[in-house]
Design a protein around this ligand. Structure first.
Ligand code: ADP
Ligand code: MG
Length: 220
C-alpha cells in the first residue's frame, strides 16, 4: 500500500478536489483505494455524498479507542473506500498535542494496514494548517503531492512546506518522505500563471507534474 498525502498548508488550492478525483480515477483503473479524510471540514466525505455515523472518523483510532477497520465505509463506487471525517476531528489537535508520540501515531496505524494488502493506495486529504493532523499525514506518507495554485503567493507557501518536509525527515519520524510531485492547479492562460509555473520549474525541475489542472467550473 502506497500512502500519498495531498498537502499544502494553504486553503483553497485544490487539495480536496485532487484527493477526490485522484482516488476516483485510481479506483476506476481497478486499484483498491482508501481515501482518508483528515480535514475536520470533511469536504472529501460530503464530496462523496456520505454522511458518516456519529463518531466515525480517524479521531477514536488516533486515540486508541477503536481500530481503523471499524471506521472504513464503502462509497458505492467500486474499489473506493472512505475513512470519513467530521467536525469533532478538530479535537485531535488538542488531545494529541499533549502526547509524546503524536507525530507517529497515524504512521503506525497505516503501517499496520500495509501487510494485509487490502488497499493498493491510501490517499490522505489534509487540512489547511501546519497542525498535528497535517504533520501526522506527512509523517505517515510515502510521498507528498503538493497542489499549488498558479498564483504569486503560492510560491511563498511552497518554501514553507518544503521546510516542514525537511523537519519531518530530520525528526526521524519519516526519513524516507519523498516529494511525489507538485501539481499546478487552477491554471488560466495568462502571463502570471505561466511565470509562476516557470518559477516553480526553475527551483524544483522535474518534481513538477507535466499535467496542469485548468481552472474549470466542471471541477468546482
Ligand atoms: P482545498 O482542499 O485545498 O481547500 P479545494 O479542493 O476545496 O481546495 O478547492 C477550493 C475551491 O476551488 C473549491 O470550491 C473547489 O470546488 C474549487 N476548485 C478546485 N479546483 C478547481 C479547478 N481546477 N477549477 C475550478 N475550481 C476549482
Ligand atoms: Mg480541502
Amino acid at each position: 500500500m502506497k500512502v500519498v498525502a495531498i498537502a499544502n498548508q494553504k486553503g483553497g488550492v485544490g487539495k480536496t478536489t485532487t484527493a477526490l478525483n485522484l482516488s476516483a480515477a485510481l479506483a476506476l483503473r481497478g486499484q483498491r483505494v482508501l481515501l482518508v479524510d483528515l480535514d475536520p471540514q470533511a469536504n472529501c466525505t460530503s464530496g462523496l455524498g456520505i454522511e458518516p455515523p456519529d463518531g466515525c472518523s480517524m479521531y477514536p483510532v488516533l486515540l486508541g479507542d477503536t481500530t481503523v477497520a471499524q471506521q472504513i465505509l464503502p462509497t458505492g463506487r467500486e474499489n473506493l473506500s472512505l475513512l470519513p471525517s467530521e467536525m469533532d476531528l478538530a479535537g485531535v489537535e488538542i488531545e494529541l498535542a499533549r502526547s509524546d508520540d503524536h507525530l507517529t501515531r497515524l504512521r503506525n496505524i497505516l503501517q499496520a494496514l500495509k501487510p494485509n494488502d487490502l488497499f493498493e493506495y491510501c490517499i490522505l486529504d489534509t487540512p489547511p494548517s501546519l497542525g498535528v493532523l497535517m504533520t501526522s499525514a506527512l509523517a505517515a506518507a510515502d510521498e507528498i503531492l503538493i497542489p499549488l495554485q498558479c498564483e504569486y503567493f503560492a510560491l511563498e507557501g511552497l518554501s514553507k512546506i518544503v521546510h516542514v518536509i525537511e523537519q519531518i525527515r530530520a525528526s526521524g519520524a519519516n526519513p524516507g518522505l519523498q516529494i511525489g510531485g507538485i501539481l499546478m492547479t487552477m491554471f488560466m492562460r495568462n502571463n502570471l500563471a505561466q511565470q509562476v509555473i516557470n518559477e516553480v520549474q526553475s527551483h524544483f525541475g522535474d518534481v513538477i507534474y507535466k499535467t496542469v489542472v485548468p481552472r474549470t467550473v466542471r471541477l468546482s
